[in-house]
Design a protein. Structure first.
Length: 321
């Protein structure tokens, strides 16, 4: 498996009862793609090295296994694993968790000029690209995605911190019925532009020192949102964010926990030509109606990529706290 000089990533991305008036009255709708790196306090197997990973694979290790200990020593970081290997003598014993079951596996690591290697690519967190919804220049807070980032088990990643990076769109895989498309992007700067603080069902939140520029816009409460024409601000090419026409088809009543407060339909011919509709990586694109920020794109309908869901902006603000 080759190491890439540039990290190419795919995207994979609670209503508190606080009134909207408790938050900023104006925010900058951003629509810029951003690299997102969520840290979590566990180490999982992401892939096997083609040459060095045979022993681990034959021993029964699987992609997605969480490594808890090496030779009985608890490990919390990738460095912990390497240090344990350096002190090993021939065979190593891995304690892993798969689902809800714990397994013990023994095998001989590959011996290299750099020392013993498990022959694995390990992951300590989740990396991908998404879209920044809004930025508050007064506080430095920003929001992205409009939904939470889930792990392989379907539950929210228990984030212990994270970083946001400047990114660009390199190419687009167009969506079609039954096969959602994707934005393929790359992180462009090694140093983060901000830190991530919260991963919630209604969005990913953080703070950013440099921030994003643009004209601040009034925040719209759900009671003022109407069906009809609107726009979304998205980045689907290297030129950066621009506005595309959409239609708000339906507004769902009541409080929903799944980020599906609005049903929208893409009407912009340029966006339909480029992406086929809503694709992965566009989650978080701000929805604007009547010169006000009303929400963010969250999901695509798998069987009709021209349609998708959005979350009320006030629900994101309530989750931001």
């Amino acid at each position: 498996m080759k190491r890439m000089a540039t990290r190419i990533v795919l995207l994979l991305f609670l209503l508190s009862g606080i009134p909207l008036s408790a938050f900023a009255e104006t925010l900058i709708p951003v629509g810029q793609v951003v690299g997102l790196e969520l840290n979590e306090n566990r180490i999982t197997v992401a892939a096997f090295d083609d040459e060095l990973g045979t022993a681990a694979r034959n021993a029964g290790l699987q992609v997605g296994d969480e490594i808890r200990a090496v030779d009985g020593q608890p490990v919390h970081t990738v460095r912990d694993i390497q240090e344990a290997l350096n002190h090993s003598k021939g065979l190593v014993t891995l304690t892993v968790v798969r689902g809800k079951e714990e397994h013990t596996l023994r095998f001989s690591p590959a011996i290299t000029a750099e020392g013993p290697k498990l022959g694995l690519y390990l992951r300590q967190g989740v990396t991908g690209i998404g879209t920044v919804t809004w930025y508050d220049p007064e506080t430095g807070q920003f929001a992205a995605l409009g939904h939470g980032v889930n792990g392989s088990g379907g539950s929210l990643v228990p984030m212990t911190g994270g970083s946001a990076y400047a990114a660009r769109v390199q190419s687009v895989r167009r969506g079609k019925a039954g096969n959602p498309g994707q934005l393929l992007g790359a992180i462009t700067e090694p140093e983060p532009v901000g830190g991530l603080t919260k991963n919630t069902p209604r969005g990913l939140f953080g703070t950013c020192g440099r921030g994003w520029t643009g004209e601040a816009m009034e925040v719209c409460p759900r009671s003022q949102i109407r069906t009809g024409p609107a726009t979304i601000r998205s980045t689907v090419c290297a030129q950066g964010p621009r506005d595309y026409s959409v239609e708000i088809v339906k507004i769902y009543p009541g409080t929903r926990e799944d980020g599906r407060d609005l049903l929208i339909r893409i009407t912009d011919p340029d966006l339909l030509q480029t992406t086929g509709g809503i694709v992965q990586g566009m989650s978080g694109s701000p929805i604007i109606q009547g010169g006000k920020l009303v929400g963010a794109v969250t999901h695509v309908l798998v069987n009709d990529p021209t349609r998708g869901y959005g979350i009320f902006i006030e629900n994101m603000l309530n989750a931001a706290g």
